[in-house]
Design a protein around this ligand. Structure first.
Ligand code: API
Length: 287
């Protein structure tokens, strides 16, 4: 099939965006993997599917597929690109829209300076909802919050566990550039205590309003930025008492700003969204 697409990125986390608002687009996992392939396809960390609203409560539905072809609940950088896309392509003239995702409704808003702020909803700390299997484990108290021990080939990684609609395991490191992202990242992603796998964040605290972050993403590997990962890291840092109010998150692909007022409150993420090019790909029928 000839498939029209738009290439975008949010702080270097890159996407193939598909417009399924006029007609449904049904792709197999193999076709999604091919689209995301950086040699045989277009190349992207995730594929974003823009769909009509499933109810009058929202303006659109937005589906997210990782490079491995799996559909997931949420994507923060994708949400910013999504609102820039529907606005830029004339699918809406609203600057603030309500979007149905697998993990609930989010509200991205296009700012006058072109950046996008997203109400990402409230973080979830209930371990079975992450989901994280803590059976038989004892947490340690680190300052104002708990960390859980994860056995990584005999060594212990102490992680803060939460969900931003998608699962996150965040650990504090002294220097992100020296963090074991490519060795521990995949082991954490596929750890049996995360039955739906997990995104593994490595956070360096620069000061109470500034962190450096690298994320090994579930289904995509290390990305240049992870929006939900930035939210999860800042929420963990605020709960531990290491961070204050609004935090600048320095990622390898750019800067995100995250604010959270505490448990039960939504996380607000602000950052860039960029168009790269429009294209057409001859996608083979792959079962
Ligand atoms: N890899 C994530 C989905 C994309 C999240 C990330 N790209 C973001 O900006 O939040 C997961 O499997 O939960």
């Amino acid at each position: 099939m000839q498939l029209a697409f738009t290439k975008m990125h949010g702080a270097g986390n890159d996407f193939v965006v598909l417009d399924a608002t006029r007609a449904p687009i049904a792709l197999s996992a193999a076709q999604l993997r091919l689209l995301a392939d950086r040699h045989f396809g277009v190349g992207a960390d995730q594929i974003l599917m823009v769909e009509p609203p499933p109810s009058s409560e929202v303006d659109f539905r937005y589906r997210i597929f990782n490079a491995d072809g799996g559909e997931v609940e949420q994507c923060g950088n994708g949400a910013r690109c999504f609102v820039a896309y529907v606005h830029g392509k004339g699918l809406t003239d609203k600057r603030r829209i309500r979007v149905q995702t697998l993990s609930g409704i989010i509200e991205p808003e296009l700012q006058a300076d072109g950046r996008v702020t997203v109400d990402m909803g409230a973080p979830v700390f209930n371990l079975p909802q992450v989901p994280f299997d803590a059976s038989g484990l004892s947490p340690r108290q680190v300052d104002a919050w708990e960390q859980w021990p994860l056995d990584i080939d005999g060594a212990t990684a102490w992680i803060s566990v939460l969900s931003m609609g998608n699962p996150h395991a965040v650990q504090r490191v002294d220097d992100v550039d020296a963090a074991p992202v490519h060795s521990d990242g995949p082991r954490i992603e596929h750890h049996p205590r995360f039955p739906k796998r997990v995104n593994a964040g490595f956070m360096q605290i620069v000061d109470a309003h500034h962190i450096r972050l690298r994320v090994w993403e579930r289904g995509a590997g290390e990305t240049l930025a992870c929006g939900t990962g930035a939210c999860a890291a800042v929420v963990a840092g605020l709960r531990h008492g290491w961070l204050r109010d609004s935090v600048d998150v320095e990622t390898r692909g750019g800067l995100l700003t995250i604010a959270w007022a505490g448990p039960g409150q939504p996380v607000h993420m602000t950052g860039p969204a960029a168009f790269v090019f429009d294209g057409l790909i001859a996608l083979p029928d792959l079962p």
